[in-house]
Write a protein that binds this ligand. Structure first.
Ligand SMILES: Nc1ncnc2c1ncn2[C@@H]1O[C@H](C[S@+](CC[C@H]([NH3+])C(=O)[O-])CC(=O)[O-])[C@@H](O)[C@H]1O
Length: 326
């Protein structure tokens, strides 16, 4: 494995947290399983791209602005070299990032999601945070930028983990880690986190209540859940379960109305439940760019009616809920 994929500083940071120390002990084995080149054939190529990143030092680092990254002295040839190495990690979905003047213009404007929610949640200062399905870790860096003491991101897609290490190679934040695993591999009943984020995940889960219970069990008593997911317009009880694909995605299961989701949260044992944002995803927020050259939202919608998906369902609409574990 690339020496640039070094989890040691992050595991050391985790060990200083009493409730996470036992997990840190079993993590090396979980990480090896999540980054097994026999299972993920493209890993060696991505690691080569990571190893090709030029050794440079950031003079300034930004974790609390839209384009996460930093700047420092660099000549044009090195900047081009950096751009090409980062392009070796295509497709870049969540961002944007900017390193030494190279703007990674990702498929998603994930900064817009952060804008919609960050003022509505408890301040992250000093908090221990879990971000489930964090992708390359864009929001993890923003959480650290907002003052979180430790940010544990989990995502089972190895490319996103390698992208995280590309950023980490320059940002050097031992308190931010992206672990190659899904929520189903979290130790049970950790009850360790002050804030848990589940954004863009619930609709991918076949069993929404098991997901909500897993989130609840990872929170300490009094901790906060930030849940962002696809919703439909409708009344209490309404829920879309698309039989085939939804917006060309094959793994979409439950899309409730906000009122239905609120009742699910109550049934799962949360209290002080607040809907803090709801809105339709725009073609400016999710689109094809040089850094994500595959199809994107525009191709997933009905070309004659952008209020419908290609399959005829309501176009993607997302809600953010904040709730407390008693
Ligand atoms: N079992 C699993 N456990 C955890 N993560 C998973 C699992 N299965 C897939 N994922 C990961 O969940 C992420 C979902 S994207 C949301 C990103 C970010 N949160 C965002 O809000 O911008 C939304 C979307 O693309 O539909 C991907 O990175 C998957 O690899």
């Amino acid at each position: 494995m690339s020496q640039r994929m070094n989890y040691r500083p992050f595991l050391d940071a985790m060990r200083t947290h009493e409730l996470l120390a036992d997990w840190a002990d079993i993590l090396p084995e979980q990480i090896a399983r999540g980054l097994n080149p026999k299972r993920y054939g493209d890993l060696p190529r991505w690691q080569q791209a990571l190893d090709a990143l030029p050794a440079l030092n950031l003079a300034s680092t930004q974790l609390d602005t839209s384009r996460v990254g930093g700047d420092g002295p660099i000549d044009d040839a090195t900047r081009q070299h950096l751009r090409e190495a980062l392009m070796g990690l295509h497709p870049w979905r969540k961002g944007p990032f900017e390193l030494f003047g190279v703007h990674i213009d990702t498929e998603w404007r994930s900064d817009w999601k952060w804008e919609r929610l960050h003022k509505a949640i408890s301040p992250l200062t000093g908090r221990t945070v879990l971000d489930v399905g964090c992708g390359s870790g864009y929001h993890c860096w923003r959480m650290r930028g907002a003052g979180a003491e430790l940010v544990v991101g989990i995502d089972p897609t190895p490319l996103f983990v390698v992208q995280y290490f590309a950023l980490q190679y320059y940002l050097r934040q031992p308190q931010v880690g992206v672990l190659p695993m899904g929520i189903e591999h979290l130790p049970e009943k950790l009850e360790a986190f002050d804030t848990v984020f589940s954004m863009g995940i619930l609709y991918h889960r076949r069993s929404p209540f098991d997901h909500l219970f897993a989130l609840r069990d990872s929170l300490r008593s009094g901790g906060e859940l930030v849940l962002e997911t696809l919703v439909i317009e409708g009344q209490l009880g309404d829920c879309l379960v698309p039989e085939g694909r939804y917006s060309k995605m094959g793994n979409v299961w439950f899309i409730p109305s906000p009122a239905t989701l609120e009742s699910w949260l109550r049934k799962a044992g949360f209290r002080h439940i607040r809907l803090v944002d709801v809105g339709t995803t725009s073609l400016e927020e999710q689109r094809r760019t040089d850094w994500m050259r595959f199809h994107s939202l525009e191709q997933f919608l009905d070309p004659t009616d952008p209020t419908r998906t290609a399959e005829g369902h309501p176009a993607p609409r997302r809600a953010v809920f904040v709730a407390e574990k008693p």
